[in-house]
Design a protein around this ligand. Structure first.
Ligand code: NAD
Ligand code: TDX
Length: 339
């Protein structure tokens, strides 16, 4: 039996990972440590709470005392760090909390792992590589692509990656890093492109597309991401970075049109709005390394995944409606003022 600490497990990818691990490794204990910021949602973990192998602890990764006392209570075989401020637009409006959580929080976890010689996995992003031009479809991010960040969010994630590698080199801490492309699927917070478009379309509200909607993202169904992290924990080599992506590139406009088509809604709902400052043009991952070394491949293509995702939002209206009308707006206004 192994015990795994999942930080940020009440958020989108972290919660999907909690469910994936409880199902895949029924003998393992899964401990979730999450501050429940605006993006964390205990409702998401309701089913996990019924599983005796699952424990939820409310806490902040920047709180050294709380993190170290958790490590005294439990012996972890792995720590997987999903906890982060994750939304690029928010980082442009208010960068500070991104630096605090994403960099200093990661450092606290690294220190706790160092003290206990615990294997640490950092969940990073392809945004650390910057972006690719639209007129070079032959280019992809590999693990050797230089770090070249655009937003305060991506700069904070890149800093955490560098710190993680420093702990490997300097202290010999067993670490791995994964850098994945845009995830989508159940429990995705409705501020991000796909869930926001689904929610707005269902409520017949305008769908705000930044700029001309030509920016390209490489979409990865969240369960495929969870599978990749599990494989890295089992067979990944310490000190290595693994890119995760499914070769599912789409322009934002294509994605929005697909959502409207599945829902049977009019394209007249699309509203082109002011572009995001510093907006990255194209992300595209080369997943050769994880495929060749670990045998990972994505199981869900975009057409299947987006259909499943839209259906999930149709069947779970109260989940996202509670968020839209509830505490998250209050939290957002407290942190950043009225929009
Ligand atoms: P999310 O915003 O949905 O969830 C983040 C979770 O972290 C929330 O539950 C929140 O409460 C928790 N959290 C925030 N600050 C915390 C703190 N100080 N202490 C403890 N918990 C805290 O994010 P997500 O989309 O699930 O992303 C998870 C991770 O994956 C992040 O590290 C993100 O950078 C990375 N990532 C996300 C994507 C994507 O497409 N969503 C792609 C690549 C990488
Ligand atoms: O209302 C919108 N309109 C719009 O056109 C929103 C919210 C987004 N967009 C565009 C901006 C991007 O080109 O859609 C694309 C996707 O935007 P987001 O959902 O905000 O994701 P992105 O900025 O690509 O970052 C995501 O992927 C990488 C995650 O939020 C990050 O946490 C992850 O690291």
């Amino acid at each position: 039996m192994k015990t795994i600490l999942v930080t940020g497990g009440a958020g989108f990818i972290g919660s999907n990972f909690v469910y994936y691990m409880l199902e895949k490794h029924p003998g393992w204990r899964v401990v979730c440590f999450d501050a429940l910021t605006y993006a964390g949602n205990l409702e998401t973990l309701e089913d996990a709470m019924k599983n005796e192998k699952f424990r939820f602890v409310k806490g902040d990764i920047t709180d050294r005392k709380a993190v170290f006392s958790l490590f005294e209570e439990e012996r972890f075989d792995f720590v997987v760090n999903f906890a982060a401020e994750s939304h690029v637009d928010r980082s442009i409006e208010a960068p500070e909390i991104f630096l605090r959580t994403n960099i200093l929080g990661t450092q606290v976890l690294l220190d706790a792992c160092r003290k206990n010689n615990t294997r640490f996995h950092q969940v990073s992003t392809d945004e650390v590589y910057g972006d690719l031009p639209l007129d070079r479809p032959d280019l992809f991010f590999t693990e050797e692509t230089p770090i070249h960040t655009s937003s305060p969010y991506s700069a904070s994630k890149a800093s955490a990656d560098l710190l993680t590698m420093a702990y490997y080199r300097t202290y010999g801490l067993p670490v791995t890093i994964s850098r994945c492309s845009n995830n989508y699927g159940p429990y995705h917070f409705p501020e991000k492109l796909i869930p926001l478009m689904i929610a707005n379309a269902l409520e017949n509200k305008p769908l705000p597309v930044y700029g001309e909607g030509k920016n390209v993202r490489d979409w990865l169904y969240v369960r495929d991401h969870c599978k990749a992290i599990d494989m890295i924990l089992e067979n990944g080599r310490p000190g290595e970075v693994y890119n995760i992506g499914g070769h599912n590139e789409r322009t934002n406009l294509e994605v929005v049109r697909t959502v409207l088509r599945i829902l049977g809604k009019s394209e007249e709902l699309i509203k082109f709005v002011k572009d995001r400052p510093g907006h990255d043009m194209r992300y595209a991952i080369d997943p050769t390394k994880i495929r060749n070394e670990l045998g990972w491949y994505p199981e869900t293509d975009f057409d299947t995944g987006i259909q499943k995702t839209v259906e999930w939002y149709l069947n779970n209206r109260s989940w996202w409606k509670n968020i839209i009308s509830g505490d998250y707006v209050k939290y957002y206004e407290r942190m950043y003022g009225k929009r």
